[in-house]
Design a protein around this ligand. Structure first.
Ligand code: FAD
Length: 446
């Protein structure tokens, strides 16, 4: 990846066809596509690095550590996986076997009860959607779209594993708890492209950067205003003014909702409805580097999922989704999501780490700390250029992902995970960038 700082020469130029705002998966892919088609582009990024929410840090643990995206979702249909597999000398990529261990207090128990509860919630979701479609003659009616928690029968909620399943399917999958979750989002907006998940030992961020290495990025360049009242677009940035024929906005939905980029004149009102109707959930990795004796003493195999029962009184569910001994390393993730992740972020880094350590002490004994080498907690909601993890629609608002996608005035295009039919993922964001670049190419004057 060649990186350069924005030069005054470029910033004053009006020869640029497209400015791509953001160098995450979507921005890099849009830029790459436009470069391939011979267009002059400028990809600008507010942070001092590329990758956005998909970035591998090699310093914190002296080993590849994915600070954001980590799972290669839809493994069999994920085109970034295909790229990595074609570079076997560089990347160690593999499909995950999904071994799960479950604890109830200090006791290791069969995962069957939890898995059954998860499956029952999934089945109930499907039944609810079918009923809605039948009632509304093959259509989905938004008036029936209320928070999922209000629809779940008491019997299911009374199950002793309900809150653990709730955390897995809500907070840790969608980034929101069931009180903010709609079953319509996935039904209307998500396409299952492939089966299973995978990992890449070198890190998803490293793989993405290699995949898009031809894109030059101007770092530390923050867009503050997009003016589109004249011909083309004029972007006001902290590095000066940039003029271009059009632009692609790939920043997160929360950056848009908070008005961190001003549009002059304002965008059509539906766009602001979309910014409001789609939220950016919360999801963080609390990561521990542990001595190998811990894994040996408890017989923990590489890439084992680890869940501990969350008490029913714990609302929102306060627990973690563990992924232990990742890629045979001594790193383990204890991921938190939803409102609980937000609360921990507010309490700070040490409180997040303490929550995990206290939980592990209560499971493995008070001398658990003897295994600890280092701990780290992310706080994506506090990163001022992302402000959260990944998107989900508010109940009754699932149609707004389509509104978010529409270009404005044939000059301002929108891409990024929130616009994608594989929302909340890296490969989805990447695909959205490519698609939008091709849509835009059709409108550019040759
Ligand atoms: C903790 C966590 C775990 C995740 N786990 C997975 C996973 O396992 N698998 C998976 O597939 N996905 C996962 N995701 C989701 C995935 O990371 C995102 O869907 C994807 O990376 C989003 O890419 P994007 O290009 O749409 O947005 P971003 O990556 O957010 O890129 C937008 C870029 O715009 C920049 N920007 C913001 N404001 C400005 C401005 N004013 N001017 C210029 N630039 C600006 C930002 O700095 C950022 O680099 C995870 C995300 C998080 C946070």
């Amino acid at each position: 990846m060649v990186i350069k700082l924005l030069k005054t020469k470029i910033s004053k130029s009006s020869e640029i066809d497209v400015v791509v705002i953001g160098a995450g998966a979507a921005g890099l892919s849009a830029s790459s596509e436009l470069i391939k088609k011979g267009r002059s582009i400028l990809c600008i990024e507010a942070m001092n690095r590329i990758g956005g929410r998909c970035f591998t840090d090699n310093g914190i643990f002296d080993a590849p550590f994915d600070v954001g995206a980590h799972w290669l979702h839809n493994y069999s249909g994920n085109h970034i996986v295909q790229y990595g597999l074609s570079k076997r000398k560089k990347f160690n990529i593999y499909e995950i076997k999904e071994d799960i261990i479950v604890y109830d207090g200090k006791k290791k128990v069969s995962p069957n009860h939890l898995v059954e509860t998860i499956n029952n919630i999934k089945k109930f979701k499907e039944k609810l959607l079918e009923r809605n479609i039948v009632l509304n003659k093959d259509k989905i009616s938004y008036k029936d779209d209320v928070p999922f928690i209000n629809q779940i029968p008491k019997k299911l909620k009374d199950n002793e594993w309900f809150e653990t399943a709730h955390q897995t399917l809500g907070a840790c999958l969608a980034g929101v708890d069931f009180d903010k979750y709609t079953i319509f989002d996935e039904k209307l907006n998500y396409e299952h492209l492939g089966e299973n998940d995978g990992f890449v030992k070198e890190g998803y961020g490293t793989l993405l950067a290699d995949f898009r290495k031809e894109v030059q990025v101007s770092l530390n360049t923050e867009v503050r205003e997009i003016k589109w009242n004249g011909k083309g677009v004029v972007l006001e940035t902290n590095q000066g003014t940039i003029k271009a024929k059009s632009c692609i906005v790939t920043v997160s939905i929360e950056i848009l909702r908070l008005g961190k980029i001003k549009f002059t004149p304002s965008l059509p009102i539906e766009k602001y409805d979309a910014f409001d109707g789609i939220t950016l959930g919360a999801y963080n990795h609390i990561t521990l580097k542990l001595k190998k004796q811990f894994y040996e003493n408890y017989g923990i195999q590489p890439d084992t999922y680890f869940l501990s029962k969350i008490e029913k009184t714990s609302i929102p569910p306060k627990g973690f989704f563990g992924s232990l001994r990742l890629h045979k390393s001594n790193l383990s993730y204890f991921d938190v999501g939803g409102q609980f992740a937000k609360d921990l972020e507010e309490e700070g880094h040490d409180a997040s780490v303490d929550f995990v350590l206290n939980s592990l002490r209560s499971i493995f004994g008070s001398n658990f700390d003897q295994y600890l080498i280092k701990a780290h907690a992310t706080s994506w909601g506090k990163n001022k250029y992302t402000m959260g993890s990944y998107s989900s629609t508010r109940p009754g608002k699932s149609h707004l992902r389509n509104v978010l996608k529409f270009p404005v005035g044939d000059r301002i295009y929108f891409a990024g995970e929130a616009t994608s039919t594989n929302y909340g993922t890296v490969h989805g964001a990447d695909t959205s960038g490519k698609e939008v670049a091709n849509k835009l190419l059709g409108t550019l004057i040759k």
